[in-house]
Design a binder for this molecule. Structure first.
Ligand SMILES: Nc1ncnc2c1ncn2[C@@H]1O[C@H](COP(=O)(O)OP(=O)(O)OP(=O)(O)O)[C@@H](O)[C@H]1O
Length: 279
């Protein structure tokens, strides 16, 4: 089932084009990541799909409705984690999560949400006393407490420490296993690689590449570089079949090589190439 479908999506601010004809389809249960440099149009796209911003052109369907006109019942099926952090407040974490849960027909247990977001130790703390990363975790908790069918996450792990990011990744995988569709934007390529089944790279308001983390930008077809050192010095050789090259090398030298390495382009290498071309 298609959960998000956009064709020819456009948005300008004043005379400046931010989203320049984006086509996007996300199926139920997918984790889809939007990547792209600052100002590429990720937040604008996400906020149009959430119904938070008006589009200037194109057709959009999210959970079967047009976000520009859909009402409260549609909104209750979405979970939204905006880029801007929760406002400082006098309420505690538990009060805030419980309060928001009350707005949804079938919410998750607030204490369980607090736990999976790693905030149990802070459940009784006032929001204004939380650290930046803890506040971001609260944003995520508020995004998922309504048991959304579709979860939007705009740069969800900014400010997380490495352990919190790993915890967050397992939470996302768990939600996806339960059938939640997830659309996220991130600047962390390891995050996109760890979570996304498919991803799109945006630059200048357009999608310049789309695919799986393994294949995007022709990644799967790019040659590997094998490097090694022997008595003649350092060597680098490009090959489509590094296993065969290493086997031949070992047979030829009797294993008398050191510093043997096989390098394949990382998602970051491919991404930087793509946005270099997209500029
Ligand atoms: N409310 C606004 N008013 C005017 N211009 C805006 C507004 N929101 C976004 N823009 C412009 O639209 C373009 C796309 O911005 P957007 O926030 O969608 O990018 P982004 O890919 O999410 O960037 P980042 O990675 O920095 O969050 C930028 O040039 C930005 O300056």
């Amino acid at each position: 089932m298609t959960v998000v479908s956009a064709q020819g999506l456009r948005k300008s601010y004043g005379g400046e084009v931010a989203v320049d004809g984006i086509d996007l389809t996300v199926e139920r249960g997918e984790v889809f990541a939007l990547l792209g440099p600052n100002g590429a149009g990720k937040t604008s796209t996400i906020e149009i799909l959430e119904g938070h911003r008006k589009r200037d052109g194109g057709t959009v369907s999210v959970l079967g409705e047009d976000p520009g006109t859909a009402g409260r019942r549609w909104r209750a099926r979405l979970g939204i984690v905006l880029q801007t952090a929760t406002d400082a407040a006098e309420l505690t974490v538990r009060e805030t999560v419980r309060h928001l849960a009350g707005y949804y027909p079938n919410p998750r247990d607030p204490d369980e949400v607090i736990e999976v977001c790693g905030l149990t130790g802070k459940a009784s703390a006032r929001i204004r006393t939380l650290s930046g990363g803890q506040r971001r975790r609260l944003d995520v908790a508020l995004g998922i407490v309504g048991r959304p069918e579709l979860l939007f996450l705009d740069e969800p792990t900014t400010g997380f420490d490495p352990e919190a990011r790993r915890q967050f990744w397992s939470l996302i995988r768990r939600l996806a296993d339960e059938g939640t569709t997830i659309l996220l934007s991130t600047h962390y390529l390891d995050e996109a690689e760890a979570l996304a089944g498919r991803l799109a790279v945006l630059a200048g308001g357009r999608i310049i590449a789309e695919g799986t983390p393994a294949t995007i930008g022709g990644r799967a077809g790019v040659a590997a570089t094998v490097s090694w050192r022997d008595s003649n010095g350092e060597h680098h050789e490009q090959t489509a079949d590094p296993v065969d090259l290493v086997a031949r090398l070992t047979a030829r030298t009797g294993g008398a090589v050191t510093d043997l390495r096989v390098h394949r382009p990382s998602l970051e290498d491919v991404y930087l190439d793509l946005i270099g071309e997209g500029r």
